[in-house]
Ligand binder design. Structure first.
Ligand SMILES: C[S@@+](CC[C@H](N)C(=O)[O-])C[C@H]1O[C@@H](n2cnc3c(N)ncnc32)[C@H](O)[C@@H]1O
Length: 194
């Protein structure tokens, strides 16, 4: 396929907001994530490439809720909530923002800022994964799905086990659009069962 610069050029050519757009496209082609009229929650959504992809797949009857600590330029069918997902109160505030409707699919392309101090980075990653699972427990519909970015390290087996305690299946996938030297991967979890 294309090299990293190729993905950037293709993003510009198509007018999509990020090269990450191609990661969610690849994950979708492999795992068939979306269907018409879904309600999607995109955590760490700015600048909005995944939102654009989600909207193109769920049709005009679907809706995307997008969350980020940074601003998101408006997109049709996307309701933006500016919030830090690692803060417990911010997660609880998602409930009134989303209303009584349960979410079919939660996406997360978030990562903490790396400090280079492994104990600190590891704690920040754990905090982020816990926050993502907590959001699932708050708003994900039974039978719903989750896709989240994680970094392969010595804790990955534990993370997958934790994922499997909530979902019937959890698979690890690294899209070609993800730089090969990066340790990032994606967990694709299906059939939420808590
Ligand atoms: C790689 S970017 C997402 C790119 C996006 N998927 C796209 O296609 O445009 C990660 C985003 O996660 C956001 N983020 C990181 N930690 C966050 C947190 N704790 N709460 C909310 N957003 C967060 C960052 O601000 C950043 O915009």
């Amino acid at each position: 396929m294309q090299d990293s610069d190729g993905f950037v050029r293709e993003a510009v050519r198509l007018g999509v907001r990020s090269r990450s757009y191609f990661k969610i496209q690849e994950i979708d082609l492999r795992f068939n994530l979306f269907s018409l009229n879904q309600t999607v929650l995109d955590l760490g959504a700015s600048p909005g490439g995944w939102c654009q992809y989600a909207v193109s797949r769920i049709g005009s009857g679907g809706k995307v809720y997008a969350v980020d600590v940074l601003e998101l330029k408006p997109l049709e069918q996307v309701h933006f909530i500016r919030s830090n997902i690692t803060e417990q109160q911010s997660r609880k505030n998602l409930l009134p923002a989303i209303g009584s409707q349960k979410i079919d699919l939660i996406l997360s392309d978030m990562a903490p800022n790396l400090t280079g101090i492994s104990s600190v980075d590891s704690k920040n990653f754990s905090e982020l994964y816990e926050a993502i699972f907590d959001v699932c427990d708050l708003v994900l519909a039974k039978g719903g799905a989750l896709v989240f970015k994680f970094f392969q390290d010595q804790d990955s087996v534990k993370l997958k086990r934790e994922c499997e305690s909530r979902f019937a299946t959890c698979a690890v996938f690294k899209p070609k659009a993800s730089r090969s030297r990066s340790q990032e991967s994606y967990m694709i979890a299906n059939r939420y069962s808590l």
